[in-house]
Every structure is written in C-alpha cells, then in structure tokens.
Design a protein around this ligand. Structure first.
Ligand SMILES: Cc1cc2nc3c(=O)[nH]c(=O)nc-3n(C[C@H](O)[C@H](O)[C@H](O)COP(=O)(O)O)c2cc1C
Length: 174
C-alpha cells in the first residue's frame, strides 16, 4: 500500500465510522453471511503490518461469526444506504437472515474476501490474529455509566490483519 493511498483510505474510513456508515460483515458457523453496523474501530499499524481493530460487544451475533470464522470485512458505505445501515444496526442476525432482507448484497466477484458487500465503496478484508477484552478497571467511570451500566457488555477488540483492500471503480481510486 502506498502512503498517500493509505492516508486517503484512513480518512474515508474514519469519517464513515463517525457517521455510522460502516458494516462489519462476517460469516456464521453455517457459512451464511451476516454483519452489523459499527462506529467503533481503529485503523493502524501493528508488527509493521496494516490492521483494523474492531470493537464488538460479546452478545452480538456478528461477534460469534468473527470468533468462529476468524475473519471479517470492513465495508464503507454512504448515507444513500441509511435504511440498510439502520437495519443492520438494530436487528440481530440471530433472529433474521439480514442479507436476505435485500438492503445489501454479497459481491461474488471478490471471492477471496470474507463477506464483501457489493454496495460498499471501500472494503478491507481481515483475518483475526488475536483478540482481547476491554478491562473495566481502566475505563473512566463516566464511560462505564454511559455504555456498560445496564448489561456489562464490555467490548472485545478483534485485531484484524488487513489481507487485501478494494475501492469500487466508481471512486476512481485505489
Ligand atoms: C451507528 C451504529 C454504530 C454501532 N456500532 C457498534 C460497534 O462499534 N460495536 C458493537 O458491538 N455494536 C455496534 N452497534 C450495534 C449493532 O450494530 C447492533 O446491536 C446490531 O443489531 C447487532 O447485530 P448482530 O446481533 O446481528 O451482530 C452500532 C449500531 C449503530 C446503529
């Protein structure tokens, strides 16, 4: 990856995360694609390699898929897909086949990818190398009260090595 391309990609990803326009997709134990809208995650460098660190609560169906498959795809979308993003951010794949709803489709051309979304303009395909839990004793009390008081669902951080990435042709960049 070239530096300029990486910095553009990082900016695009960061802004999309802050707007809730990213879907973390994976496959469940039967191989079915599933996923959820995410806002929390980090792009960076670890062991001289590019990584995306995803923060997922342990009771998400997506969490189970990532644990079982050890893979995920980070899909950057736009507000044109607001309805689908809302659906993926409120309904659980445990109760519904989310891709069957038709908001998003799997890009069959990217067959090396875990669960690439056709509608995404930027995709990062990741292999999970390790994971850890947020440690409550280091978290500021305000954050605990705001995000963990009700359900104790401290996030797991999945360390995804970025194996490959793709920009859709419409953006004209790579
Ligand atoms: C804008 C937005 C951002 C979200 N970010 C995260 C996140 O970073 N981590 C997480 O565990 N859940 C996040 N969620 C919640 C999940 O997307 C939501 O609970 C989803 O229904 C889980 O689906 P699943 O059970 O199929 O995995 C977010 C929801 C929205 C609407």
């Amino acid at each position: 990856m070239q530096h300029l391309a990486i910095s553009k990609m990082a900016e695009d990803l960061y802004l999309a995360l802050s707007k809730g326009e990213v879907i973390l997709s994976t496959r469940d134990s039967s191989g079915r694609p599933t996923g959820m809208t995410v806002a929390w995650g980090f792009f960076g460098c670890l062991w001289n390699e590019p990584y995306f660190l995803a923060a997922a609560r342990p009771y998400r169906y997506t969490w189970q898929g990532i644990r079982d498959s050890r893979r995920f795809t980070v899909n950057v979308l736009s507000d044109a897909y607001a309805e689908g993003l809302r659906y993926f951010g409120t309904v659980s794949g445990r109760s519904e086949d989310k891709f069957a709803k038709g908001y998003f489709h799997i890009n069959e051309a990217l067959h090396d990818y875990c669960a690439p979304i056709e509608e995404a303009r930027l995709l990062l395909d990741c292999t999970v190398v390790t994971a850890n839990q947020l440690q409550p004793f280091f978290i500021p009390e305000e954050a605990i009260q705001r995000f963990y008081r009700e359900d104790n669902g401290y996030h797991t951080i999945f360390y995804g090595h970025i194996d490959r990435w793709h920009r859709s042709e419409a953006t004209g960049e790579n």
